[in-house]
Each structure stands twice: as structure tokens, then as C-alpha cells.
Design a protein around this ligand. Structure first.
Ligand code: PFF
Length: 449
């Protein structure tokens, strides 16, 4: 992330920052549990289609608006259509990033806690761990604090330098774990669940979950990539960069599934275990592995860093808006926003068994989301708000600013894009808004709203 309004120094630096935001707990924690809840392989097929036909073209749209206007989402919308209701898309992004950060921080806290749990070879029950309010709130507070300090001190670029070195290491561990998990007796049933689609399992809810996960995992729908786009120099080929970002992100999610499902079936666990899923499976995997305590600790360190590059970018959305548009002081606003996020996340932290009211919250019907507050936040903000925000921003870019202008921006620095521009315009003007709208309509029908 850039601290002052500057430009990425290289295409690689830009790709790493955007990929740093995209790759996180969404790939390794959220994706497997959503796949598990939504019946496996058929969901995976839908998810991949959405990444390629909706996520990637939509990511290009956010980048193009950012680079053309050199502003964050609210500023960019204001510049194109001053004083109109379209700004709502920008505000939605701000609210959504706060909502996402509040539950994401809780899971990031678990990830951080598991570093120590692994080192101590602590095999105590995960259910008891997350039902302990002190541990939950403590870890959550630590993670939000780390994120805040990084954004406050403006040392994000330092973290990104580290993650450039460390993420390839995470990839190596993931590949090693795929091999290990698939050699376990009984693992092939998991591979079948994960890779042999049964399309009769697809419902409207599955479709929305796949679409929401595609947006969530690519960090789309809240205008963050507009801000990232505003730092891209004109010489950089946005098109090829976006392809690399989207494919890497999807590949890491797919790989996480190749560990989790074989291991899960080998251990006789339930794929529909909700947000706890990977925290049940990974520790068991490390426990039976030679040297597993060290590999496990290292894995959770790397996952915490991957989470940190995502939480940094999430906190940056409201902070940069308040600093850029409201002229508030960054050093104060960072703490205020973080404190606000922290309070909103408390019910999520207490929803995994410690407080019954939040554990069985159930505001959203069960047919759409498990009843615990955290899962419900993940559905409301991670699926619904993100998708609605993306729909509004997509219509704004394609129809108000204009798909032609956006395409011209994308052609700068990317001769290859010219070939795809006609297809891209059809996707961004018609296919994406219509598909997203129909899916949302279906969900509103189911939920009876
Ligand atoms: N894409 C991140 C992940 O998959 O972990 C989560 C995320 C970060 C979503 C930033 C949205 C966002 F703006």
C-alpha cells in the first residue's frame, strides 16, 4: 500500500500489493468452509466460473476507474459525477470493510493464537479454545492492534517486502501439505467430494455463496481496487497484472481445498463444520506429521502474515477516505476507526460458544447462514454487502462513467487488452450486472426480505 499519493515503482510491486490484499484467510479459512457447507465440487466449478467471468473483468473495472481518476472510490465517483447518489457505492465500501474487518480480525486472532498452540503442542479441544471469552477477545485485540500499528506507522510497505519473501514459502508448505494429506488412508473420498461435481446440489444460496466468495477472495466490491488502481503508473499493463492476481488467488484457494478435504475425510470430520473447519483439520494434520509442531507453528506464522496484509488493506479503506476526503488527521483517525471496528467485532468473538445469545444469534434465516454471529456477519458483509456494492460500482463504471472510457484506460500500457475489449464491454455492461442482480433477487426472495 502507498502511504502518500505516489505510484507503484514496478509492476511486480503493484501485483504483490494487490495479491497481498487478495490472498489471506479468505483463501485458506473461508473458502474451504464455504465449499464444505455448500456441498463440494459443484460449488468449486461455480466459484471458478465467477472468478473468471465476473471477478476478473470487474477487477479491471475498479483498476481502470482508479488509474483514470487517481483517487479513492468516493473521490473517483465524485470526480466523474459530482454530487450524485452514486457516492453510495463508495460509502457501502467503507461500511463493508469495517464489517468484514470485524469478523476477519477474530479469525486472524485464532490464526495468531495457533502459532503458540502449535509450539506448545497443545492438543486441547478447539471448541473449548474458541468458547473461552478471554482468549477470544485477547487474541482478537492483539490482531487488531497489530493491524492498527502498521497502518498508523505507515510501515505497510515494510510488511509487503517481507510478504514478498514469505508468501512463496507459504506456497511451498501448502504444496508439501497437499502431498502429505493425499497420502493419508481414506483421503480419496475427500478428493471426490472436492472434485467430482454433483450439480443437483446447486441452489440459489450456493450460487450467491460462490459469487460472494469470488468477490471476497479477490478483495472486490468495496472500491479498494479503485484506490490500488490510482497508484498504477500508465506504463503498467493492468490487464496482464489482473490476470496474474486473479489466477494466483484462485489457485491458492483451490490448493487449500486439496489439503483440507482429503485430510478431513481421512480423519472422519464433517465438511460442514462452519468457520471452525480449518482450525479442526490443520492441527490434527500437524499432530500426526513428523516435525508437525514446527511445521504447524511456521504455517500459522505465515498465515498470520497473509491475514495481516489483508487486514491492513481493509483498515486502509475507511482511514484513507477520512484522511483524503475529510482532511482528518491520520494519526488520530486510525485509532478511532480501529476502536470502532474492535467493538463491532466483539459479538463475533463471543459467538463461538462463550455467549449463547451470539452463538445462536440467527438474524438471517438458517437456510442462508449458520446462526452464530460471526457466520452471519460473514454472510451479511462478506457476501451480501460486497455483492451489492460491486453491482452499484459496476453499473456506475459501465454506464455512468462509460465502458468505452474504461476500456480506453485499460488499453493504455496493454496492447493485448484491445483484443479483448469488445468482450470485456459486454461482460461489464450486461453480463455482470444482470447475473449479479438476478442472484441477489433470488436471495431476497429466499430470505423473505
Ligand atoms: N481478500 C481477502 C482474503 O481473501 O482474505 C479478504 C479481503 C481483504 C476482502 C480486503 C476484501 C478486502 F477489501
Amino acid at each position: 500500500m502507498q502511504d502518500e499519493r505516489g505510484l507503484w515503482s514496478s509492476k511486480f510491486g503493484f501485483i504483490m500489493a494487490a495479491a497481498g490484499s487478495a490472498i489471506g484467510l479468505g483463501n485458506i479459512w473461508r473458502y474451504p468452509y464455504i465449499v464444505g457447507e455448500n456441498g463440494g465440487a459443484a460449488f468449486v466449478v461455480l466459484y471458478l466460473i465467477f472468478v473468471l467471468l465476473i471477478g476478473l473483468p470487474y477487477m479491471l473495472a475498479e483498476f481502470s476507474l482508479g488509474r483514470a481518476t487517481q483517487l479513492n472510490a468516493v473521490g473517483a465517483i465524485d470526480k466523474v459525477k459530482p454530487g450524485t447518489k452514486w457516492r453510495i457505492a463508495g460509502f457501502m465500501g467503507i461500511i463493508t470493510s469495517i464489517g468484514i474487518l470485524s469478523f476477519y480480525g477474530v479469525i486472524a486472532g485464532w490464526t495468531f493464537g495457533f502459532i503458540f498452540k502449535s509450539i506448545a503442542a497443545d492438543t486441547s479441544d478447539f471448541g473449548a479454545f474458541i468458547a473461552n471469552p478471554l482468549i477470544e477477545i485477547g487474541l482478537y485485540a492483539v490482531f487488531i492492534l497489530m493491524t492498527t500499528l502498521i497502518v498508523y506507522k505507515g510501515v505497510a510497505s515494510g510488511i509487503e517486502k517481507w510478504s514478498k519473501i514469505l508468501m512463496p514459502v507459504l506456497l511451498l508448505i501448502i504444496i508439501g501439505l497437499i502431498i502429505y494429506a493425499n497420502l493419508l488412508p481414506g483421503s480419496s473420498a475427500g478428493l471426490e467430494f472436492y472434485l467430482l461435481p454433483d450439480f443437483s446440489k446447486i441452489t440459489f444460496k450456493t450460487v450467491l455463496a460462490a459469487l460472494g466468495q469470488a468477490f471476497f477472495s479477490l478483495s472486490l466490491g468495496l472500491g479498494l481496487m479503485v484506490t490500488f488502481g490510482s497508484y498504477i503508473p500508465k506504463s503498467i499493463d493492468i490487464f496482464s497484472a489482473a490476470i496474474i492476481i486473479a489466477l494466483t488467488d484462485a489457485a491458492i484457494a483451490i490448493m487449500a481445498g486439496l489439503i483440507i478435504f482429503p485430510a478431513l475425510f481421512a480423519m472422519g470430520e464433517n465438511p460442514a463444520s462452519g468457520p471452525a473447519l480449518v482450525f479442526i483439520v490443520f492441527p490434527q494434520l500437524f499432530m500426526q506429521m513428523p516435525g508437525g509442531a514446527i511445521v504447524g507453528a511456521f504455517f500459522f506464522v505465515l498465515l498470520s502474515i497473509a491475514a495481516l496484509t489483508s487486514t491492513m488493506s481493509l483498515l486502509e479503506v475507511p482511514v484513507s477516505y477520512l484522511v483524503d476526503q475529510k482532511n482528518l488527521k491520520r494519526s488520530k483517525i486510525v485509532w478511532l476507526v480501529a476502536a470502532f471496528v474492535f467493538i463491532i467485532g466483539l459479538p463475533s468473538a463471543l459467538s463461538q460458544g462463550s455467549v449463547d445469545f451470539f452463538t445462536n444469534f440467527g438474524l438471517i434465516p438458517l437456510s442462508l447462514s449458520p446462526p452464530d454471529f460471526l457466520s452471519q456477519m460473514s454472510f451479511i458483509f462478506g457476501d451480501m454487502f460486497l455483492t451489492i456494492g460491486a453491482l452499484i460500482l459496476c453499473i456506475f463504471i459501465a454506464w455512468v462513467w462509460g465502458a468505452d472510457k474504461a476500456a480506453r484506460e485499460l488499453e493504455i500500457g496493454s496492447p493485448l487488452f484491445a483484443k479483448f475489449a469488445p468482450l470485456w464491454k459486454i461482460l461489464i455492461k450486461f453480463v455482470i450486472p444482470i447475473v449479479v442482480f438476478v442472484i441477489l433477487l433470488g436471495i431476497f426472495k429466499i430470505s423473505g426480505v
